[in-house]
Design a binder for this molecule. Structure first.
Ligand code: APR
Ligand code: PHB
Length: 390
C-alpha cells in the first residue's frame, strides 16, 4: 500500500488531519487499533473553543454540531455558595460550543468514509519505520495478514499510550511530566442540567463540575483520588457528594439514572520536540493537559491546523519552513494551554498537601477572579481559545 500521509490513530487528531488533507487534495490512510464502534462511543470531554468549532464548521463537518451543539456565552465559577459568571461573549466577543467529542469522531468518520477515505480499524501491531529517511513506512496486521504502508510522512495521532512517541529515540526527546494528586470521577446521567452553563465549583471536600451533553443529559465530575475505586461509589453516594459540593447556597441539582461512570487520573505532559525526521506527533501523543481547562481536544485540533498547511505546502512546492517550524509553532500554544490548565486546576481543586499558607494563596487567587473584570477577561480569553496558530 502507498499513500502520502500515513496516520496512526482515528481519534480527533488523526481524523481531522485526514479530513483537512483530503480537502487539500492530499491522500492519507488511517490505521486504528480499535473498532469503529469503540472509537465512536468513547466518552470524552465536550467543550469546543471558538476557533475549533469554526474550523470544523468551515471544513464542512459542522452540520450536526450546528444543529445539536449548545452555544454557551458564559461559564460559572461557584465558590462559597456564590456563582461568579465569566461573561465569555461580553469579555471576548466569542462563545464556546458544548458538543461531545465522540460525536465529532462520528461526524469525521462519516465524512472520511463518504469521501472514499481509508480508515483501517482493528489494525494490530502497528509500527513506524525509517522516518529518518525520505521513505518512511508503517507495518501492521489487518484481517489476519501482514501489511506495509509506504508514505511520505507519518502522523502519530495515537494518543498518550500510542507507539509513535516511543518510536523516537529516547535521546532525541525530552518529556515534561507532572502528575497531579487527584483524578476525576465522571458520570453521565439522564437528568436535565441544573445550570444552563458549565459550572466549576470549588468546595472544601474537593472540586466538582457540572456540564451537559443535551438539555436532558448531565455530565458531572467530582475530584477524587487518582486511583479511586469506582466500586466504592454507589449512585446514591455520588449524588450526595455532588449535592454537597455543587448545591450550596440554594443551588439545585437535578438527579436521574446514571448511565455511565468512570475515573480518570490527571496528568500534565509535553514531549519536545513534536517531530523526528518525517514523523510528526499530534494531540495526546505529544501532550496531555488536566481536563479543568477543557483543552485536550482543542489542542489536538490546533496541531492539525499547524501541520496541514505545512504538509500541503511541502508536497505542492517543496517549501519546508512550515514543517521545520512545526514543533516551535505548536509548542507556543501548547505551553500556554498547559499554563492555563494547570492554573485552573490549582485554584479549583483541594490539595491535601497544602500548607495553610498555600491554601490561602489559592483562595486569594480565586477571589481575584471573582473580584476583577480584568482577571475574568484573562480567564475568558484563554477559555474561548487562543488563535489556532500563534
Ligand atoms: N495503533 C493504532 N492506533 C492506536 C494505537 C496503536 N498502537 N495506539 C492508540 N491508537 C489509537 C487509539 O485507539 C485512539 O483511537 O489512537 C487514537 C488516539 O485518539 P485519542 O486518544 O482520542 O487522541 P487524540 O486524537 O490526540 O485526541 C485528543 O482526545 O484523549 C482525548 O482529552 C483528549 O480530548 C483530547 C483528545
Ligand atoms: C465536559 O463537558 O465533559 C467537560 C466540560 C468542561 C471541562 C471538562 C470536561 O473542563
Amino acid at each position: 500500500m502507498r499513500t502520502r500521509i500515513g496516520i496512526v490513530g482515528a481519534g480527533p487528531a488523526g481524523l481531522l488531519l485526514s479530513h483537512l488533507l483530503y480537502l487539500n487534495g492530499v491522500d492519507s490512510v488511517i490505521l486504528e487499533a480499535r473498532s469503529r464502534e469503540y472509537c465512536e462511543n468513547r466518552i470524552r470531554a465536550g467543550v469546543l473553543e471558538h476557533p475549533v468549532a469554526n474550523l470544523l464548521i468551515d471544513s464542512g463537518v459542522g452540520a450536526r454540531l450546528l444543529a445539536e451543539g449548545m452555544r454557551h456565552d458564559g461559564i460559572n465559577l461557584r465558590w462559597n455558595g456564590r456563582d461568579h459568571r465569566i461573561d465569555l461573549l461580553g469579555l471576548t466577543g466569542k462563545s464556546i460550543t458544548v458538543y461531545s467529542q465522540h460525536r465529532i469522531v462520528q461526524d469525521l468518520i462519516a465524512a472520511r468514509l463518504a469521501a472514499g477515505g481509508q480508515i483501517l480499524f482493528e489494525a494490530a501491531n502497528v509500527a513506524v519505520h525509517d522516518f529518518h529517511t525520505d521513505r518512511p513506512h508503517i507495518s501492521f496486521e489487518h484481517d489476519g495478514a501482514n501489511h506495509r504502508l509506504d508514505c511520505d510522512f507519518i502522523a502519530g495521532c495515537d494518543g498518550f499510550h500510542g507507539i509513535c512517541r516511543e518510536a523516537i529515540p529516547a535521546t532525541d526527546r525530552v518529556a515534561f511530566d507532572k502528575g497531579h494528586p487527584f483524578g476525576w470521577l465522571g458520570i453521565l446521567a439522564d437528568a436535565a442540567p441544573a445550570s444552563h452553563e458549565v459550572t466549576y465549583a470549588r468546595h472544601d471536600n474537593g472540586f466538582a463540575l457540572l456540564s451537559m451533553r443535551s438539555p436532558t443529559v448531565s455530565r458531572l465530575y467530582l475530584q477524587c483520588a487518582p486511583d479511586e475505586d469506582i466500586g466504592q461509589w454507589s449512585d446514591a453516594r455520588i449524588w450526595a457528594e455532588l449535592r454537597t459540593r455543587l448545591g450550596r447556597g440554594g443551588f439545585g441539582l437535578n438527579e436521574g439514572p446514571i448511565t455511565q461512570k468512570g475515573v480518570t487520573p490527571m496528568r500534565s505532559f509535553v514531549c519536545e520536540p513534536m517531530q523526528s525526521g518525517r514523523l510528526f506527533l499530534l494531540g495526546d501523543a505529544a501532550h496531555i493537559v488536566p481536563p479543568t481547562g477543557a483543552k485536550g481536544l482543542n489542542l489536538a485540533a490546533a496541531d492539525v491546523a499547524v501541520l496541514t498547511p505545512a504538509l500541503v505546502a511541502y508536497l505542492r512546492t517543496g517549501a519546508a519552513e512550515g514543517l521545520e517550524d512545526y514543533t516551535k509553532t505548536c509548542l507556543r500554544r501548547v505551553w500556554k494551554a498547559q499554563r492555563f490548565s494547570w492554573w485552573m486546576t490549582s485554584i479549583l481543586h483541594r490539595f491535601d498537601t497544602d500548607t495553610p499558607f498555600e491554601r490561602r494563596v489559592r483562595l486569594a487567587e480565586l477571589d481575584t477572579v471573582f473580584g476583577s473584570e480584568k482577571a475574568s477577561a484573562a480567564l475568558a480569553e484563554n477559555y474561548v481559545g487562543l488563535p489556532l496558530i500563534l
